[in-house]
Design a protein around this ligand. Sequence first.
Ligand SMILES: *Cc1c(COP(=O)(O)O)cnc(C)c1O
Length: 368
Amino acid sequence: MKVSFFPPDMFENDREFLLDTIYRVGTSESFILGKNVAALEERFRKETGAGEAIAVHSGTGAVSVSLRAAGIGPGDEVIVQAFCCQPVAEEVINVGARPAFVDIDSRTMVMDPSLIEARVTPRTKAIMPAHLFSALVDMSAVNAVARKHRLTVIEDACVQQGAVRDGLPAGLMGDVGTYSFFQMKVMGGCGEGGMIVTNDKSLASACRAIRNHGQEGKTRFLHERLGTNSRMDEVMAAFLLRRFDALPRMLRRRTEIAKYYGARFVSLAERVVLPDSVGEERCHYMYCIQTSERDALRAHLAGRGIASHVYYPIPLPMQGAFLVYADPTYSIENSKRASNENLALPIYPHLTDAQAEAVADAVVSFFA
Ligand SMILES: *Cc1c(COP(=O)(O)O)cnc(C)c1O
């Protein structure tokens, strides 16, 4: 059975809605930051309980605008995970600051809060933990370090929309949180999109101004500060509002598949690191396992028509783009191991039971 890693027909059922929306927006007078964007922001406030939600043009835009709103710039340092995606370090540099890489927890593959304090210097201004796969960073531990050193916590929840811990949604566990609507994310759209949530009114109004060239939003061509263009468009906002209705069902299906894999893989626990056991309020964006036999397993799956993916094959401090920011005396052993050993298995709402079974069979047969 052939199982693709990304669903091939994601928006097939949305054809009519999409065509109609493009026509309606295209023949209206409002293409960006109009009533659809306002409705989407309102929906986010309701769903998350956030005081403020600011729609932007991508998850990267959300990270970048948040950094700028927090006043981070030249001379500042921001603590980011060594094992993560490009934007977290890239946007820190793009606002003129420096990333300080911190190693990860070897089991969960996300930021290990016990390692943060050793990376704090007099220049540190913020910590930017990123939730990855199906793992949430221990945000109360991160917040404790942040409080002690008076740092801003920018919570990258780009892949954890819908996850909840201790009653708090991912995105509202730090000072400001970000989401992405890139097509593969849990509420992916048919293009680019992002959202910032916060309970801090002054951060929110800074974000609003920065996403639209520093305009406060009332008077046009009045620029009190520098900004950029990180605006969301009306077609995307309308489409994302529609996707919201399906979010609980999509999250439930992801959880179902994660539970199924977990049950099938119990006997592999000696040779494979499995994601932590599942709870109902988890967001199973990726099902990532870790094994020293990763490359052979991947080839075995491919031989059976099953696609898999490696996130991320090279830790950030080892990427050419960041070599000059890396501290060669600092150990990123866990990040290196995660890069060498992690493998993401197909998990998405479209995946059928038969496909999930084929994936599990193929994994189990490799270790038999
Ligand atoms: C995808 C992603 C981003 C960036 O989002 P885009 O919408 O693709 O710009 C940032 N952080 C994390 C953890 C992501 O997975």
